[in-house]
Design a protein. Structure first.
Length: 99
C-alpha cells in the first residue's frame, strides 16, 4: 500500500521539495532551535551574463549545495544539503566536488 505523502510528492520540482523542507524546519524551530540557522544558498538558476559575472567576482562558485545548517555536532562542523527531485534529478560534476 502506497502512503499518501509519497503518492502526492513523487513529481514535485526541486524548488517545491526545498520549500517543503524549509517549511518543515520552520515548523520545528521551537523543539530544535538550531534550525533557525538553516539558510538557502541561491547559487543556481539562469541569470543574465552580467549578473553572473558580478556574482562570480563576489565569490559565487559552481556546485555549492542549496542549503546550509552551520551547526557543529561532533564529529561534524555543519551540514550542507544539495536538493534533488525524487525522480530525474542529477548531480553535476561541480556539485560532486562539494559533496
Amino acid at each position: 500500500m502506497k502512503d499518501k505523502f509519497s503518492e502526492n510528492t513523487n513529481n514535485l520540482s526541486e524548488h517545491m521539495e526545498q520549500v517543503l523542507l524549509v517549511n518543515m524546519a520552520l515548523k520545528h524551530e521551537k523543539e530544535i532551535p538550531e534550525l533557525k540557522l538553516l539558510y538557502a544558498i541561491p547559487n543556481g538558476g539562469q541569470r543574465h551574463k552580467a549578473i553572473a559575472q558580478k556574482l562570480k567576482m563576489e565569490g559565487v562558485k559552481k556546485g555549492v549545495p542549496d542549503l546550509c545548517l552551520p551547526v557543529a555536532k561532533k564529529p561534524y562542523n555543519g551540514l550542507y544539503i544539495e536538493m534533488k527531485r525524487r525522480t530525474g534529478g542529477n548531480v553535476s560534476v561541480d556539485q560532486k566536488k562539494w559533496l
